[in-house]
Design a binder for this molecule. Structure first.
Ligand code: AMP
Length: 411
């Protein structure tokens, strides 16, 4: 028999570990509602051209990492490597933002990467896009959103790395200066960086292998025009007022023309070396026009769920069942099934062992399945009572059947 293996570089996420994913997703849904975002549900694949334009021909993602295929109609399609281009395409197609539109998304993205921990070929992003608002306080709110999300999930001690790359117009002069700087040192640069000097010199700034060379390069922060400068001052002042710690990261860039002003990323201090950002984002006032829409200011972020879950560590899995019903032998099975059905209809989270396992094995199962308590249906039932055990405290006692709900909800 052929034994199949999942595709390389992609994780299967199964119970019980997937409980952590549910926790991360519920926290995201809850927080995005609290911040006024509504979900945007867009295709998992799009015309290849959308990403070539919307993500950028000269980016690593488009150059090397796209999962591109031809469909039966001869169209070139690509599995989405990120969601922003799709959302902007969808909003333009729907006629624009009609003022402000705040969209959130959660789902898988696809990039042909060299797999390693925290760098997968299918990975999950949770993101928000704040569309139609030029005020720096929108950048501030988006940065706060990501920070609170990490806080909510217990990813402590996060550094917000912050930069401004100015406006497209400020960059003309800066780009020339940077290109001259890099050309003088062309022999010291990596092959990738050398190629980028001509196509996308800003990207060389955040190249890790070229860090020594670019350490003394001119940075965008020193070339902000007055409007971009004022915008950045307001973002920083806002972060200080909200108590969100940040550090300036003058070499943090998104090297595409439709990105402007604010860029940021989140790096948990305790977590891994190379691939260490658990999320990032920035302002992209030029993207709507680039994709054929009306000029629309926008700022957004994408959080890397896989990396966040790694950073959450191997803490104990959340308990997800209010009770697990066990039965003291086959004679009690029907009663146990009925009780389970009733409790579920009342809104409790309940599971049951339907097999012929011993009590001991059923208790073990209850713990493994993430129950907070166990109800034993056995002889006591005749007298209108059940034995209950709290799996968190270990306390065990008998209670009247009518008190089951109160007991199950107490903890
Ligand atoms: P980006 O869309 O490249 O700005 O990425 C935003 C976030 O997504 C990053 O900060 C990472 O946390 C996460 N991410 C990007 N690529 C991958 C990948 N291949 N595997 C896992 N997470 C990723």
């Amino acid at each position: 028999m052929t034994r199949f293996r999942g595709p390389k570089g992609i994780d299967d996420i199964l119970p019980p570990r997937s409980r952590v994913w549910v926790r991360a997703e519920l926290a995201f849904l809850e927080l995005s509602a609290r911040f006024g975002y509504g979900p945007a549900i867009t295709p998992l694949f799009e015309a290849t051209e959308l990403f070539a334009r919307g993500v950028g021909e000269s980016t690593e993602v488009v150059e090397k990492q796209m999962y591109t295929f031809t469909d039966k109609g001869g169209r070139s399609l690509t599995l989405r490597p990120e969601a922003t281009a799709s959302i902007v395409r969808a909003v333009i197609e729907a006629g624009g933002t009609a003022g402000v539109m705040k969209a959130s998304y959660w789902g898988p993205m696809f990039r042909y990467e060299r797999p390693q921990a925290g760098r997968r070929r299918q990975f999950h992003q949770a993101g928000v896009e704040y569309l139609g608002e030029p005020a720096p306080e929108a950048d501030l709110e988006v940065i706060e959103f990501g920070y609170r999300y990490l806080e909510e999930l217990g990813v402590a001690d996060v550094e917000v790395r912050l930069n401004s790359i100015g406006d497209a117009a400020d960059r003309e002069a800066y780009r020339a200066e940077l290109t001259a700087f890099l050309e003088e040192r062309i022999d010291l640069l990596s092959a990738d960086a050398r190629r980028r000097v001509a196509t996308n010199p800003l990207r060389v700034l955040d190249s890790k292998v070229d860090a020594d060379v670019v350490a003394t390069a001119p940075v965008p922060l020193d070339h902000l025009g007055p409007a971009a400068f004022e915008h950045f001052e307001r973002v920083k002042a806002g972060l200080e007022r909200l108590g969100i710690p940040y550090v300036l990261a003058p070499r943090l860039v998104r090297g595409l023309d439709y990105y402007n002003r604010t860029v940021f990323e989140y790096v948990p201090r305790g977590y891994g070396a190379a691939q260490n950002a658990v999320g990032g984002g920035g302002r992209y006032d030029g993207l709507f026009e680039l994709l054929g829409g009306k000029p629309t200011p926008a700022v957004g972020l994408a959080m890397g769920v896989d990396r966040i879950i790694l950073a959450m560590g191997e803490e104990t899995l959340p308990r997800v069942l209010d009770v697990f019903v066990v039965h003291a032998g086959p004679a009690w099975r029907n009663t146990a099934v009925e009780l389970t059905s009733r409790l579920r209809r009342e809104g409790l989270r309940v599971d049951i062992d339907l097999g012929d396992r011993t009590l001991r094995a059923q208790f073990k199962q209850a713990d493994r399945r993430g129950a907070r308590g166990v109800i034993v249906v056995g002889e006591e039932w005749e007298g209108g009572r059940v034995t209950v055990k709290d799996l968190e405290t270990g306390e065990q006692r008998e209670i009247p059947v009518e008190e089951i709900e109160t007991w199950a909800l107490r903890h």
